[in-house]
Write a protein that binds this ligand. Structure first.
Ligand SMILES: NC(=O)c1ccc[n+]([C@@H]2O[C@H](COP(=O)([O-])OP(=O)(O)OC[C@H]3O[C@@H](n4cnc5c(N)ncnc54)[C@H](OP(=O)(O)O)[C@@H]3O)[C@@H](O)[C@H]2O)c1
Length: 327
């Protein structure tokens, strides 16, 4: 009988990347589709996962043997601070419904998605998989972080009580095609890409908030998608695993902005607004466990991944999530 892999959040940044990898990697290869697999990608229009009945109906319709649960209410700092309860409740409802449906439908394996934002605010760096619950998260994303942490708690409880194989991934900052490029709510890379694109189009300066000095680890969505496929097939632990480039591959916001300027082909005035806050200088996470378990992985070079993402954004500006009304 064929395996049915259901991907929730299939219309989002990671969901679209997974679809791309499944459709382009050679069939039967380590990250490609297996001949006996049927992959199904669903967005919120197919089922509102906050609704338990809709979630169970989805499982009844597709009968998934494996689930990659990416759906979440995701947002930037401002949205997280303003809608704390919504972030807590919507994400808790979605996660609880998926875990419960996976249990009642005897899904062989479920992978949920956490984030490095769930780690404690006051913590010793680098972040590793054992530090998730060692203190409260930063107040700004209190709701989102607590909802995500509960997935790890539930994964262990489902395993101990029922033997379920439910696990979770912890990606660092992700970027790629199909990202959310909305200027108000976007993460740093898509927001800067959109601003640089507009600066080029309108002949205005490209101004980056802060000094450009903070360092971050970014993972290209296509690389992350391969790692999810690997987890599905080869990672058998309940414990979460950080999916990231190494600590030695941190890049500064200036390096990010330089790479964007190059990818967009922007030749106008470009500067840093040092009156704006920088945020934390570094939040390194170790990928030691990942490299130990997978035994080596070739990440896409940053500029190459960024060029691809910018190319996608420029070519798909009319349909991309930009927060700009286009009718
Ligand atoms: N982006 C990052 O940098 C980052 C970093 C770490 C972890 N993550 C995690 O990675 C996962 C995927 O993130 P992403 O960046 O791909 O998100 P995204 O692009 O914003 O996509 C979110 C997905 O969730 C779906 N969704 C939202 N509310 C839903 C609901 N009530 N019912 C059903 N589906 C719903 C959306 O469906 P529609 O679009 O059809 O409404 C969309 O497919 C999330 O769990 C997120 O927490 C993201």
């Amino acid at each position: 009988m064929a395996n049915v892999v259901l991907v929730t959040g299939g219309s989002g940044l990671i969901g679209k990347a997974l679809q791309h990898i499944i459709e382009t990697e050679p069939v039967g290869s380590r990250f490609g589709k297996l001949p006996n697999e049927n992959w199904i990608f669903v967005g919120s229009s197919e089922a509102d996962l906050r609704d338990p009945t809709a979630t169970l109906k989805l499982y009844e319709k597709y009968k998934p043997t494996h689930v990659i649960h990416l759906a979440a209410l995701v947002g930037g700092l401002f949205k997280n601070m303003k809608y704390k309860l919504t972030f807590l409740r919507d994400n808790m409802l979605m996660n609880d419904n998926i875990l419960h449906a996976s249990h009642t439908h005897q899904t062989t394996k479920l992978i949920s998605c956490l984030s490095t934002c769930v780690f404690p605010d006051k913590v010793e760096y680098p972040l590793d998989e054992n530090k998730i619950h060692l203190g409260p998260p930063h107040d700004s994303n209190f709701g989102y972080a607590h909802a995500k942490r509960m997935v790890d708690v539930q994964n262990h409880a489902y395993n101990e009580q029922f033997g379920c194989k439910f696990t979770s991934a912890i990606p660092t900052n992700i970027f790629g095609p199909h990202d959310n490029y909305d200027l108000e709510g976007a993460h740093v890379i898509p927001a800067l890409v959109h601003r640089c694109y507009l600066a080029k189009k309108n002949g205005t300066p490209f101004i980056v908030a802060g000094t450009g000095k903070p360092l971050r680890q970014f993972i290209f969505s296509y690389d992350l998608a391969k790692l999810f496929v690997w987890m599905l097939r080869e990672y058998d632990e309940i414990e979460p695993i950080i999916l990231s480039v190494g600590e030695d591959e941190e890049v500064s916001i200036k390096e990010v902005a330089d790479a964007i300027v190059k990818a967009v082909g922007f030749e106008g005035e470009y500067s840093f607004d040092t009156t704006r806050a920088d945020g934390q200088f570094r939040k390194p996470a170790t990928n030691k466990k990942l490299i130990d378990r997978i035994g080596g992985f070739q990440f896409t070079p940053f500029q190459e991944a960024l060029d691809l993402s910018v190319k996608w954004f420029v070519e798909n500006y009319d349909t991309a999530r930009t927060g700009v009304k286009k009718d």
